[in-house]
Design a protein around this ligand. Structure first.
Ligand SMILES: [Zn+2]
Length: 495
């Protein structure tokens, strides 16, 4: 079997710069992709921007810019954001690219030819915010429940519809044979209930919008933005789709799980493609107990945040504060406390103590037995393989706490190196500390690449990129050499 791994972020709306929730999804995909690459698996990681939207046309008009000039400017801002956050994607797709237009027209034609797309005149209330017609049940006080500040528009237009209803049974059968398709389970149960309630065909074109991908079988209409956007995941692998498809993971926000968990399956099957393997769904989070909003002034700009603190602090806190999939709260105070406790103290202390003791005996150290935990390593891999980032990271910190405790109990600083038996004990304790610290740093490499590589170099065992992360972890070096004390790896924040 081919060893490959393909992970995606959602493609983000191009009419706003990425916010902290987008950054969270991208950090998740980035960390999982890093682990996969470090495991020597051929890995692809795509992200991008969703541009064929009426909102982009409106935002460009507000900015008094031509639509494509505006889209170019925003695409650059998105890429700059990901660069600033060190998100190492392999593909960045813009849905206005010709490769995407060509591909979407190809799949539309396929579905049209096999009878899954048909013409219909649609009458109803349309929300520009959602870019969709609203049902009576979605309307509150005459407005869209999600966009109470926008007037709904009464529209009657010729549309093309996708025969989603035809796929209802196939979707439910797929769910029962793929119990891990959507994570977490609560999100999965929601869409299963929704599908059981009955699926209706949906409109996949717009007559009034002019910005978008024209239907190949009726160029007077453009493709509905959601229909076009979802296919971005396949556009990026057109160079070798049989190798890369199906995608292994789509990381998505919980607000778009219906599109990915229901519509996307039917659209793929209709065009002759398999379903993706898994949807990893993130929840929402508040900041200091409040919903993020410009008027409260608690909106976190991820780029400014890593500029003021660090990427490691942001990743550490986002991944440990709540598990992926749950709603949570981002507490500024807790973020600092967590950073100080886990990175500055726990890992930082273990490194400082190891270096100080090693220098006492000349920095050189040799040993002949394995002193590290294989049980921890196995547990780490089993957690990383199911993308349980919170408990993988917590496992590494728990491991570091155990080693710090071991050091406290053995009080190596009390030993007199002039006495042979003491020196031997000191070496034994020290070897135990450093060999385990090395493993902890390797476990944390997918999360904090730069600092963990630095740590490994400072204890004289640089990370070996020629072999996999698993092989690096399986190995116990027989010697260490420590040259100098150096600065703290992570400076403590505040007092
Ligand atoms: Zn709406």
């Amino acid at each position: 079997m081919q060893k490959k791994f393909f992970i995606t972020t959602p493609i983000y709306y191009s009419n706003a710069v990425p916010h902290i929730g987008n950054a969270y999804a991208s950090f998740i995909a980035d960390t999982i992709a890093r682990y996969s690459r470090l495991s020597n698996v051929d890995t692809r990681f795509s992200t991008g921007v969703d541009e064929n939207s009426q909102k982009v046309v409106e935002s460009a008009a507000t900015a008094d810019m031509a639509v494509m000039d505006y889209a170019d400017m925003m695409a650059k801002k998105h890429q700059d954001t990901w660069d600033a956050l060190d998100i190492r994607y392999s593909d960045f797709i813009r849905t206005t690219e010709s490769r995407h237009r060509d591909f979407v027209q190809k799949v539309l034609q396929k579905s049209f030819d096999n009878g899954d797309i048909y013409e219909w005149v649609y009458k109803g209330l349309y929300c520009v915010g959602c870019e969709t017609f609203k049902k009576e049940t979605d309307i509150v006080n005459g407005r869209c429940a999600d966009h109470p500040n926008r007037e709904l528009e009464q529209l009657s237009e010729k549309n093309y519809f996708f025969r989603l209803s035809k796929y209802q049974d196939q979707i439910l059968e797929f769910y029962s044979s793929h119990p891990d398709f959507v994570k977490p389970r609560t999100r999965y149960n929601e869409i299963i209930e929704f599908v059981r309630g009955g699926l209706e065909d949906f409109s996949i074109s717009r007559e009034t919008n002019k910005f978008g991908i024209p239907l190949p079988f009726d160029p007077s209409q453009v493709t509905y933005v959601w229909y076009d956007a979802l296919f971005n995941y396949l556009t990026v692998v057109q160079d070798d789709e049989s190798k890369w498809w199906p995608a292994d993971i789509h990381v998505i926000g919980k607000d778009i799980v219906k599109f990915h968990g229901i519509y996307w399956l039917a659209m793929l099957w209709s065009a002759g493609y398999e379903a993706p393997k898994q949807l990893l769904t993130t929840g929402y989070f508040t900041v200091d107990g409040q919903k993020m909003s410009k008027s409260i002034g608690n909106v976190i700009d991820p780029v400014a945040y890593v500029g003021e603190y660090s990427r490691d602090m942001l990743v550490l806190y986002l991944f440990t504060a709540f598990p992926i999939g749950e709603d949570g709260d981002f507490s500024q105070e807790q973020a600092i406390l967590t950073f100080n406790a886990k990175l500055s103290n726990n890992i930082g202390n273990l490194l400082n103590r190891s270096i100080a003791l090693a220098l006492k005996i000349g920095g050189k150290l040799e040993w002949d037995i394995s002193v590290t935990s294989t049980e921890k390593v196995e547990k780490y891999h089993s957690l990383m393989e199911v993308h349980d980032l919170k408990w993988s990271i917590e496992l590494a910190f728990e491991y570091a706490s155990e080693i710090n405790k071991y050091v406290d109990e053995n009080t190596p600083w009390k030993l007199d190196i002039e006495i042979d038996s003491d020196k031997e004990k000191l070496e034994s304790v020290l070897f135990h500390m450093i060999a385990n610290l090395r493993k902890i740093a390797i476990m944390l490499l997918p999360f904090f690449d730069i600092k963990m590589r630095e740590l490994l170099s400072r204890i004289g065992t640089p990370y070996d990129d020629a072999i996999s992360l698993t092989e690096n972890l399986a190995r116990d070096p027989v010697s260490f050499f420590i040259a100098e004390k150096g600065e703290p790896l992570y400076m403590r924040i505040g007092k």
